[in-house]
Design a protein around this ligand. Structure first.
Ligand code: 26W
Length: 827
């Protein structure tokens, strides 16, 4: 091993252990770290100090296993998988690492002796919010499963100093606060301060001819920023295997720029450092709507350039020819965000390794695989050509050359469709030119996949249909999954225990084993035990809500939960319209006998997304009105839990009865929250969209409340001319609800406050077909309420949901990626 690499450096640490490890018990290790790593008195350490010391003690164990895992990969000379993602959302590490290492009991005992509980100490951890939502969380579930399957894999991303903003609700409105997650120091990672790669931006391309008469390209000028590796370890479940998530942090190239010092401009020198280090300062908080900002493009290239240098360094150690590269490496692009890796690999091969273009391209399209996560047109990434040229001039040239050759082939394959070239071109031509990142990703990859069966069909039939005709063999589906270790074992330990008591522990690594629960669904005794566990989970959430929001809720009420990012297509608005409908029914007839319900909402809106923020405000206003109306009492409560994040999701999933998955059909690529709820025994009310459809196939239609238009009906309706007003005019309950909102019923101080929300539905086309689906939703909600009244029936449905979710394990997803796309096996 190269002695300067972090792997080698870490290896040197390893030779000093385990014999010389501070002590052989967790308690002694904690106290050792309190004193020697944290410099605190270890006689009476406080809770935060104990948390940090425990994290360090676990990191010691993780790094040993990581070194051993690296050696195994190296010895087997395995093909490596590189998973590139601008986002990871790992959630808190403590419990997850304890479970994976099999140290939960030992930690509990050690902490008890020190006068703490595991719950208290775990509460000290601040989760790294280095992602927006579904895409980032999926990447983290996948790392967990890659480790469980012992795949020779690496996660690569950016170590943002500030993750997704912390959300507060003030006067019913979202307020954003910086998420300074590094404030307390980071005890899970190793910062490789002596291990950096240079990353170059800007400059200009000089063309010249070398002695052998070859045309060469050299980047001149520009500026260089250093990428520092920060490694975090992802352990496999009790298998002694550990993967690395390597996150890059930007560091100024020279501590302070010397040229500034020479002119005596000390402050100028510092400013340069600050500018450089801005690159990894903050995660862009937009989900589904790229911002098109220069800094974001720089972030993308920063990740890609540093990662490619790492990959090439590892490959070079093997001393094999470049044409072997695709046999030894596969690079997976999580969305188009890291797609500039394609021209970057071309640049390395053509400009630096001096391979002929054809050979380089042959290597490229056998190395990359791309996953698409969205079909919303506004979410498809494009970059203004001018900006691209300024930041990455050589890469733009390469993209043009890729495009020229690609269009040449297309013209030959489809000579009678001249319009096709413009539609598939990597460059959008118009008033302004744009680089289309999805086209680049498709043309440069051997595999293109969607994230649910439904979504993958939409990709083939509509958004990328023309590429599907050109490269039919590239397109495939990989339905998303979630890790059962975090999303059942960890977040719902009592239910996990009940399951294990009956069917053993195999489900933890083979989720299909949950099928064995099915026979118990009819057992009255098991149903009772099941519902007791659920009720206790609901009581705990009620306590949390009381503490945070000051609202008292009935644990026996139906918990109807809608948590996810706020976006109009996810239709939190449809949900709140239904809440108001129930409110009106109670107002009209307090003895109507409706099932007591608690509506729980949570989720962040992109800071610049006006309508999403406004809907948050409406929900809070409706909540205030309902929760303070004495006529309503315990019949209805509306709760908005602020700052939805992984930690909060872990509290909510086990305590939910009804899971809201109500996107406009055809718009949610997959969803993964839907899977987390159902695995914990919630019943879904949902549309025919994303992975809901496959969940329906697995759990059966008696166990999932399906409603609404199908995606082809949505399209048909749009084509025929959808008129939302007809629903307003013909449905008196709906009309009453909309009139209340626009008439200021929920905003007496400012009657116009929510008028624009109603306008968007009635006068601006209701793009997400809220009104078209309202009645079908309200009916299905009634079915859900009726079903809840029959508690044994509900218990049965709940258990069958859990029992039939085996397919949705991320172990299954990763197994499919490994076999069908990557061509790798467990080490
Ligand atoms: C830069 C702007 C931006 C940021 C994130 C554009 C697009 C995205 C993602 C593609 C949005 C996203 O998270 N998509 C979600 O991916 C999940 C994992 O596959 C799916 O389950 C969700 O349905 C999909 O919305």
């Amino acid at each position: 091993m190269d002695s300067t690499t972090p792997e080698a450096l870490a290896g040197m640490r390893e030779t000093a252990s385990p014999a010389t490890l501070p002590a052989d018990t967790l308690k002694a290790d904690i106290l050792w770290h309190v004193l020697y790593s944290l410099g605190r008195d270890n006689e009476r350490p406080d809770r935060q100090t104990v948390f940090r010391a425990l994290a360090l003690a676990l990191r010691d164990r993780l790094v040993e296993k990581w070194i051993a895992s690296q050696r195994a990969i190296y010895a087997k000379s395995s093909k490596r998988v590189y998973y590139l993602s601008l986002e990871f959302l790992p959630g808190p590490f403590l419990r997850q690492n304890l479970i994976a290492l099999g140290l939960e009991k030992e930690a509990r005992d050690a902490l008890t002796e020190l006068g703490f509980t595991l719950d208290d100490v775990a509460g000290e951890e601040w989760e790294p919010g280095l992602g927006n939502g579904g895409l980032g969380r999926l990447a983290s579930c996948y790392l967990d499963s890659m480790a469980a399957l012992r795949l020779p894999a690496y996660g690569y991303g950016i170590r943002y100093a500030f993750g997704i903003f912390h959300q507060l609700i003030r006067d019913g409105q979202q307020v954003e606060r910086a998420d300074n997650w590094l404030r307390g120091g980071q005890h899970w990672e190793f910062e490789r301060t002596h291990y950096m790669h240079p990353v170059r931006f800007y400059g200009s391309v000089r063309e010249w001819v070398d002695e052998q008469g070859r045309l060469r390209h050299t980047l001149e000028g520009g500026s260089t920023v250093m990428a520092m590796a920060c490694d975090m370890f992802i352990p496999g479940y009790r298998n002694d295997y550990v993967l690395n998530m390597r996150l890059w942090a930007a560091k100024s190239s020279r501590e302070f720029e010397f040229s500034f010092f020479n002119t005596g401009d000390y402050i100028g020198a510092v400013e340069k450092k600050i500018r450089d280090e801005n690159i990894s300062m903050v995660l862009y908080p937009n989900d589904e709507a790229p911002e098109g900002k220069e800094l974001r493009l720089k972030q993308q290239f920063f990740l890609v350039s540093a990662t490619m240098q790492d990959i090439v360094r590892r490959f070079r150690k093997k001393g094999v020819a470049w044409d072997q590269f695709p046999r030894k490496n596969v690079i997976h692009l999580n969305e188009t965000h890291p797609a500039v890796a394609i021209p970057e690999l071309m640049r390395l091969l053509v400009d630096e390794e001096l391979l002929p273009w054809e050979e380089a391209w042959y290597i490229c399209v056998r190395t990359f695989a791309y996953t698409n996560h969205t079909v919303l047109p506004e979410a498809l990434e494009v970059w203004p050509e001018e900006l691209f040229r300024k930041v990455l001039p050589r890469h733009l040239q390469i993209i043009y050359e890729i495009n020229r050759r690609f269009l040449h082939d297309v013209r030959r394959q489809f000579p009678h469709d001249p319009g096709l070239l413009a539609r598939v071109s990597l460059i959008h031509e118009g008033e302004q030119r744009f680089v289309r990142m999805s086209h680049l990703a498709i043309v440069g990859s051997f595999s293109v996949n969607g994230v649910s069966a439904h979504h993958s069909n939409i990709i083939k039939e509509s958004i990328f249909n023309e590429f599907y005709k050109i490269f039919p063999e590239r397109f495939n589906n990989k339905t998303n999954g979630i890790t059962p270790r975090r999303w059942l074992r960890q977040c719902n330990p009592t239910l996990a225990w009940l399951i294990t008591e009956h069917i053993g522990t195999e489900w933890l690594t083979d989720l299909e084993q949950l099928k064995k629960l099915e026979p118990y669904a009819e057992s009255a005794g098991f149903q009772k035990a099941w519902m007791e566990v659920r009720l206790r989970n609901k009581q705990k959430l009620a306590e949390y809500i009381h503490a945070k929001n000051g609202i008292t809720i009935l644990p026996e009420s139906l918990y109807d939960v809608h948590v996810k990012r706020f976006h109009e297509y996810k239709r939190q608005l449809l949900n709140i319209l239904h809440v108001i409908t129930l409110y009106n029914r109670i107002r009209r007839d307090p003895d109507a006998g409706i099932v007591p319900r608690t509506f729980i909402f949570g989720g962040k809106a992109a800071p610049g997304y006006y309508m999403a923020k406004h809907i948050i405000q409406l929900i809070n206003a409706v909540g205030y009105t309902i929760n303070t109306d004495p006529r309503v009492g315990d019949m209805l409560k509306v709760v908005f839990l602020q700052n939805y994040c992984v930690t909060l999701a872990e509290r909510i999933m086990p305590a939910t009865d009804l899971s809201e998955q109500i996107s406009t059909a055809g718009m949610e690529a997959s969803g993964t929250g839907n899977m987390k709820f159902a695995l914990n025994g919630a019943i879904t009310i949902g549309t025919h969209d994303g992975a809901n459809i496959e969940m329906l196939e697995h759990v059966g239609d008696e166990n999932l409340f399906l409603f609404g238009l199908l995606s082809h009906e949505v399209e048909d309706l749009r084509r025929q001319g959808y008129n939302p007003r007809t629903f307003y005019e013909t449905d008196s309950e709906l009309r009453e609800v909309l009139d209340m909102i626009s008439g200021g019923y929920f905003s007496p101080g400012d009657p116009h406050m929510f008028r624009d929300i109603v306008e968007s539905l009635l006068n601006h086309g209701d793009r997400y077909m809220v009104l078209a689906d309202f009645r079908s939703y309200a009916y299905r909600q009634q079915d859900a309420a009726r079903a809840y009244l029959d508690q044994p029936g509900w218990a049965r449905r709940s258990m069958l949901n859990t029992a039939r979710m085996g397919f949705f394990s991320s172990d299954r997803s990763m197994g499919e990626y490994a076999r069908d796309i990557w061509g790798v096996e467990g080490v």
